[in-house]
Write a protein that binds this ligand. Structure first.
Ligand code: TYM
Length: 334
């Protein structure tokens, strides 16, 4: 079977970018015959950015409820919290010992921090933790532990998956064929969903639209999207417009073509935004209702996560680590 795996960092409230970049394609992929899916909450990754325990816990609950509301069936896929699987940090160390430091130096998140510091005339590593530096190795462990073939993600994660391939290949070269080399799966029309200000929608830019914002708030947020000052009747450039890109991520091909024509014909920004709001709300409203019902029962979510992790450890994680420990020359713990 084909193994599909993806995770979301539990550092905030899930937004439209997470939905179109990861959740929606992952759930679609998991419905295909012959697919075994692994969907998880990356709470170890959250600690790299967030030092507020209440926020990590709240986000974990919100992201779990999001997966479930969007159609994840916990008895058909592996659904778990990263920190419930101690084999993940254990594998992280084994991979750390084969990961090239030079490659990690080039990781986008780390490099961006170094560039910012350098520009500000500070020490390049000022405020940079080893956690941020090691982020791609932890992510490689997530993926390689379960020998995932396909990883549905947004464009921003592609480099990390290439690094996972690199570490896996290096490990295989040294110790025998233990790991499958994963491939990123990216939906072309939503590779990078823009946020309110036109930059990539991201928690770190504070430009997100929460996936399950109440209807009125969703409308307000959509009307606050930054546009150029072209008047109604003036032709608008669809490809340069974040309103259009957002619309495209939620509309059928026919609707997208019609909207492209409307842009060329000079649709008013207010009308384009109203159409966008209606399109998103039509898709999200039924999911929002399920989400709210799930959020009212946190103990059920917790039980689902624990059960998923316990079964997954027994079936995959513990035997995998046993073989890997033996391969590198460590004692058998069983
Ligand atoms: P995270 O939590 O930043 O984002 C979760 C998923 O949402 C996608 N995404 C977007 N896609 C399109 N447009 C956007 N504006 C946008 N913003 C976010 C991300 O690409 C991602 O697919 N390190 C990962 C989590 C992770 C993971 C993994 C993913 C940990 N281990 C193993 C896959 C496999 C992260 O921080 O994603």
């Amino acid at each position: 079977s084909t193994r599909v795996l993806t995770g979301i960092t539990t550092s905030g409230t899930p937004h439209l970018g997470n939905y179109v970049g990861a959740v929606r394609p992952a759930i679609t992929a998991s419905a295909a015959p012959g697919v075994e899916s692994f969907f998880f909450l990356a709470d170890y990754h959250a600690l790299i950015k967030v030092s507020d325990p209440a926020r990590v816990q709240r986000s974990t609950l919100e992201i779990a409820a999001t997966w479930l509301a969007c159609g994840l069936e916990p008895d058909k896929v592996w659904f778990y919290r990263q920190s419930d699987i101690p084999e993940i940090p254990e594998l992280t160390w084994l991979l750390t010992c084969v990961a090239g430091k030079g490659l990690l130096n080039r990781a986008h998140a780390y490099k961006a921090a170094v560039d910012r510091n350098t520009e500000a005339g500070e020490d390049p590593d000022a405020g940079v933790t080893a956690g941020l530096f090691m982020y791609p190795v932890l992510m490689a462990a997530d993926i390689l532990l379960f020998n995932a073939h396909r990883v549905p993600v947004g464009r921003d994660q592609v480099q990390h998956i290439e690094m996972a391939r690199d570490f896996g290949q290096r490990f295989n070269h040294l110790y025998g064929e233990h790991f499958t080399l994963p491939e990123a799966v990216i939906e072309a029309q939503v590779a990078t969903l823009p946020g309110l200000d036109g930059r990539k929608m991201s928690k770190s830019y504070d430009n997100t639209i929460a996936l399950f914002a109440p209807r009125e708030q969703l409308r307000k947020l959509i009307f606050s999207i930054v546009t150029d000052s072209r008047a109604p009747g003036e032709a608008k450039d669809a490809d340069a417009s974040n309103v259009f890109q957002l619309y495209q991520a939620f509309a059928s091909d026919a609707e997208t073509t019609a909207m492209r024509t409307a842009f060329a014909d000079g649709i008013a920004w207010g009308d384009a935004k109203q159409a966008l709001f209606e399109r998103i709300d039509a898709e999200v409203a039924p999911l929002r209702e399920k989400y709210e019902a799930l959020m009212a029962r946190p103990a059920d979510i917790e039980a689902t996560l624990r059960d998923g992790a316990a079964r997954l450890r027994e079936r995959h994680a513990t035997p995998a680590l046993k073989a890997l420990r033996e391969a590198v020359g460590l004692r058998d713990l069983s």
